[in-house]
Design a binder for this molecule. Structure first.
Ligand code: MBD
Ligand code: FE
Length: 296
């Protein structure tokens, strides 16, 4: 059955709309869930846990309705909006922008190593892999300021981790992610670099632009209706992992960049803000950032 209001991931490659990037993000998430066989198993569900969480979410909603005397017009607006979030495929975007940061904080509260932050909706596993020093896949005329990003991966005891994986993905200088916006090569600005014998890596890329939540979808409608801004600061996404260690999902930001102080996704932490400097090569900027991984 075809539903004209929900573009497929393939259609998403041809139109720069909220529904198109939403459909791609939704399809990517569902594919990941199938691969990991991580879809909720309704036979082995922890009834008590679901009862507790669902009851408390509903109680919080009831409390808000009572305290603010929510009207039938508002209730119907909510119903229409929730339906449209699904049709737009924007549940991944909505949840990752306004909920994930708290889940991440709880999940990683006991870590000794580098700070993590949210993954967001635009990670794709399986990016091209390189060793030690690499330029991320990009167009011949990739716009933007070149960035040399280098560092070392170590354990909490300081042991350098050879063969660690540093996976990076980020938006281009127009704020667009490959595989979620039309016209970009499949792996544009996405790559995995394996550290050398000293745990070191060097990545050449282009500085990303700030990211604006699509204004034409349900999340954009909420933002406009609430009088919020729609921006995330420019950021690099990373997953860093090594055998015997806990994978860390994180993001890095650029000091002084717009919206570093008021990220709509609440995902900035002081430890995640880079101080880049003009590159010694004379071309673009450079920065060194080391990662520390907890034992598994
Ligand atoms: C992004 O690029 C992002 O990283 C998050 C968390 C949400 C929306 C867009
Ligand atoms: Fe992002």
């Amino acid at each position: 059955m075809t539903d004209i209001t929900t573009p497929t991931a393939a259609e998403a490659a041809t139109a720069a709309t909220a529904a198109a990037s939403g459909a791609a993000a939704t399809e990517k998430f569902r594919a990941t869930q199938r691969t990991a066989a991580a879809v909720a198993d309704t036979k082995n569900v922890d009834t008590k846990r679901v009862d507790t969480l669902a009851s408390e979410v509903l109680a919080a909603v009831h409390d808000i309705i009572c305290r603010h005397k929510v009207t039938y017009a508002e209730y119907d607006a909510l119903k229409a909006w929730l339906i449209q979030v699904g049709l737009d495929g924007e549940w991944p975007l909505f949840l990752d922008v306004w909920v994930e940061h708290v889940v991440e904080e709880v999940a990683n509260e006991d870590r000794q190593g580098s700070k993590g932050t949210i993954e967001g909706p635009y990670y794709v596993p399986g990016s091209p892999t390189f060793t030690a020093e690499a330029t991320l896949p990009m167009r011949d005329d990739e716009p933007g300021t070149p960035l040399l990003f280098q560092g070392q991966v170590a354990g909490v005891d300081g042991t350098p981790l050879a063969g660690a994986k540093v996976e990076m993905w980020h938006a281009d200088a127009d704020g667009l992610y490959s595989q979620f916006a039309p016209g970009l090569p499949e792996w544009n600005l996405r790559g995995t670099v394996v550290t050398d014998g000293d745990g070191r890596f060097v990545i050449h890329t282009m500085e990303p632009a700030p990211y604006q939540i699509p204004t034409d979808g349900s999340c954009g409608k909420l933002i406009a209706a609430a009088g919020w801004h729609a921006w995330r600061p420019a950021h690099l996404h990373l997953k860093v992992s090594a055998p015997g260690h806990q994978l860390i999902t994180t993001q890095l930001y650029f000091r002084g960049g717009s919206h570093v102080e008021d990220d709509i996704a609440s995902a900035v932490k002081p430890e995640l803000v880079l101080d880049t400097a003009p590159a010694a090569s004379g071309v673009g900027n450079e920065v060194t950032y080391d990662f520390v991984l907890d034992k598994a």
